[in-house]
Ligand binder design. Structure first.
Ligand code: ATP
Length: 219
């Protein structure tokens, strides 16, 4: 059966989620208290509804409990975001993803049982900072406060070295979990695999170890 989603709050963030789900041909109900916003999405979402989601009776009448995943993309109004999340939880929605505005907001959302809390501005800021510090870092995914997965472009220093030659795991405590080479991807590369300049290395490890590797090998 097709998954069904609800997006509450049709600002830039919520709106782009609706667009993306609709592009993938998925059922999505778009909700906002602002009628103009709802009209904007009437032809994009499967249903577009004007509603204030801090009203429990409204949430129940929309049958939100029956949807697989609800995304709360109410930004500035932290109180409305928290109240909506709390009510979704009480109604029994299993998957609730909420956009947090700041660390304090995030803490409260986690406490009241949001399944996922996203912090797009902060996360994108961190990604960009990583890319700025090293041109070789293409992308960066934070796994915890101290661990990440990063995509690093192999430069001439690495060219022609096998993974054994580099001894990355022993020297830096990090692991190369895959190598992207053109259209190919080598998952769990063998120790004798030779790196070529331009390969994209998918590296997992502690941030401090990854940074050490970047400084020693790439700069
Ligand atoms: P953006 O995503 O555009 O960067 P943002 O995430 O800060 O900005 P806002 O403009 O603050 O988004 O709010 C997102 C939407 O949430 C707005 O369109 C607003 O009308 C809607 N919204 C706010 N409170 C409620 C509510 N109680 N019920 C339904 N929709 C709401």
């Amino acid at each position: 059966m097709k998954k069904e989603f609800v997006v509450i709050g049709l600002g830039r963030f919520g709106g782009s989620i609706v667009h993306s789900l609709a592009d993938q041909d998925l059922e999505v109900m778009a909700i906002d208290k602002d009628e103009d916003k709802v009209n904007e999405f009437a032809s994009i979402a499967s249903h577009a509804v004007v509603a204030d989601t801090t009203d429990e009776a409204v949430l129940k009448s929309l049958g939100i409990r029956n949807f697989d995943h609800v995304i709360v993309a109410i930004g500035d109004n932290i109180q409305a975001s928290i109240l909506t999340t709390l009510m979704l939880k009480e109604i029994g929605v299993n998957n609730i993803t909420v956009k947090a505005q700041n660390d304090y907001h995030e803490k409260v959302l986690r406490k009241i049982g949001a399944t996922h809390v996203v912090h797009p501005e902060r996360d994108m800021g961190r990604r960009i900072a990583h890319n700025i510090v090293s041109n070789n870092v293409l992308d960066y995914l934070e796994l915890s406060d101290e661990h990440s997965i990063v995509e690093i472009v192999a430069n001439d220093h690495l060219d022609g070295n096998s993974l054994i030659d580099l001894d990355i795991r022993a020297k830096y405590g990090i692991n190369i979990v895959a190598i992207k080479r053109g259209k190919d991807i080598l998952v769990s590369p063998q120790a004798d695999e030779t790196i070529q300049a331009g390969d994209i290395l998918i590296v997992i490890g502690a941030d401090s170890d990854i940074t050490r590797f970047e400084k020693k090998v790439l700069l």
